[in-house]
Design a protein around this ligand. Structure first.
Ligand code: ZN
Length: 399
């Protein structure tokens, strides 16, 4: 399938080094971005679907790197079906599991946690709720697991490991398995902050430094923050990616962003939601955190968008997250909301407003064009200008 977007007002790339792209068009073919900039009339006329962006802003599909996946499009914690599909209407096109720890009665023995992670991974390989790509299957590190177990998992295609809910005596005890997992090429993640479920102990900077994970999960607290001194330690004594979560402590989120900016390492900042959790289901969570950083933290909105897209893609080694040729064709069109005080999406974010999501394309396929069911309408009318396919792209069927 070939999809073209024309008449884009601003193209935000997700790349901190070159946050904007010239031109007003994006061409997508077979799930990849095949051209970006000014499209030729031949390129536009060859497309199966042409979307008129009406001068709105194109950004990469958001990557939520902390989603509490279980099985199917269902969250046992909030007893709700269809939340992932709803997140697509909030601009999230990729979800990465925070480990399948919310699976009711989840196993805790080595064979059981291995089976849980492998099954979760397999269940989402071809299943795209609402068009979303879900990276599921993160091994929950528990006592008794060995390096040989990890090797077996890596051979089976598993690439995520999680420290934080295991029955170890102290959080220092995760270190040997965490270091081994990373040596095997896994992306390792570690709960950071106060305990989020009864029985799990607080994990603070000294514990995280010892395990040296790829990512400090919800460094701002999930939902409770670690002691204050730990933030500067993680920024200055490691190169760990620091994940800010919407369902965390807002003050320490802003503190972490500032510390990384001061250290001139903004690429280490990742945005995620840490939902569904006790904090609820938050389809607009990614945009709330982007707007908090842009309005309260003074961060340029394109930098905050990169933290929610390209930075996540780089740390998790995904092909999505950037509006560049060859990358996954996951594109979101956003606008200032109708009736607000601002005239474009980026000004709205600076003002602290969430944007209107006007279209979401994943894997090169328009999932809806016109209006998200979760945001106000935009200032401008994004529409399908031409299509050769007998399909309704309004998203109405999902309402
Ligand atoms: Zn979590």
């Amino acid at each position: 399938m070939k999809t073209a977007i024309v008449n884009i007002g601003t193209i935000v790339t997700g790349d901190l080094k070159a946050p904007f792209a010239d031109g007003d068009g994006i061409l997508m073919q077979d799930g990849r971005i095949s051209a970006i900039g000014t499209l030729s009339s031949d390129q536009v006329s060859s497309a199966d679907v042409v979307i008129d962006a009406a001068c709105t802003t194109a950004i990469p599909g958001l990557i939520d790197s902390h989603v509490h996946i279980t099985f199917g499009d269902y969250t046992p914690r909030q007893r709700v079906v269809g939340y992932l599909e709803s997140y697509v209407h909030g601009g999230t096109t990729t979800s990465i599991t925070a480990s399948e720890v919310h699976t009711p009665g989840r196993p805790k023995d080595p064979a059981g946690v291995k089976a849980l992670a492998l099954a979760a991974r397999a269940c989402f390989l071809d299943y795209r709720p609402g068009g979303m790509r879900v990276h599921a299957g993160s091994i929950i590190l528990e006592p008794g697991l060995t390096e040989a177990d990890l090797e077996e998992l890596v051979k089976a295609g598993l690439w995520l490991a999680k420290a934080g809910f295991g029955a170890f005596e102290t959080p220092f005890d995760y270190a040997p398995l965490m270091l081994a997992a990373r040596k095997l090429g896994m992306v390792t993640t570690m709960h950071t902050g106060g305990s989020s479920i009864p029985g799990s102990s607080g994990i603070w900077a000294e514990h995280v430094l010892k395990s040296n994970p790829s990512v400090s999960f919800h460094v701002n607290g999930g939902p409770v923050a670690m002691p204050e001194a730990g933030f500067a330690r993680l920024v200055n004594e490691s190169d760990i990616a620091l994940q800010l979560c919407t369902a965390g402590n807002l003050r320490t989120a802003l503190l972490t962003a500032k510390l990384l900016d001061d250290a001139k390492q903004p690429e280490r900042l990742l945005i995620a939601t840490d939902t569904p959790t006790g904090s609820g289901i938050m389809p607009l969570g990614m945009f709330y955190t982007i707007s908090h950083l842009a309005s309260l933290g003074g961060m340029p909105p394109e930098q905050a968008i990169a933290a929610a897209t390209g930075n996540n893609a780089t740390v998790y080694r995904l092909n999505s997250g950037f509006l560049k040729t060859g990358r996954d064709a996951d594109v979101v069109l956003i606008d200032a909301c109708a009736g607000g005080s601002q005239n474009d999406a980026l000004s709205g974010l600076r003002n602290g407003d969430v944007p209107a999501v006007s279209a979401v394309i994943t894997d090169g396929v328009p999932r809806f064009v016109g209006r998200s069911r979760n945001t106000p309408a935009g200032m401008r009318t994004v529409r399908v200008a031409e299509t050769r396919l007998p399909r309704d792209f309004s998203g109405a069927a999902a309402h």
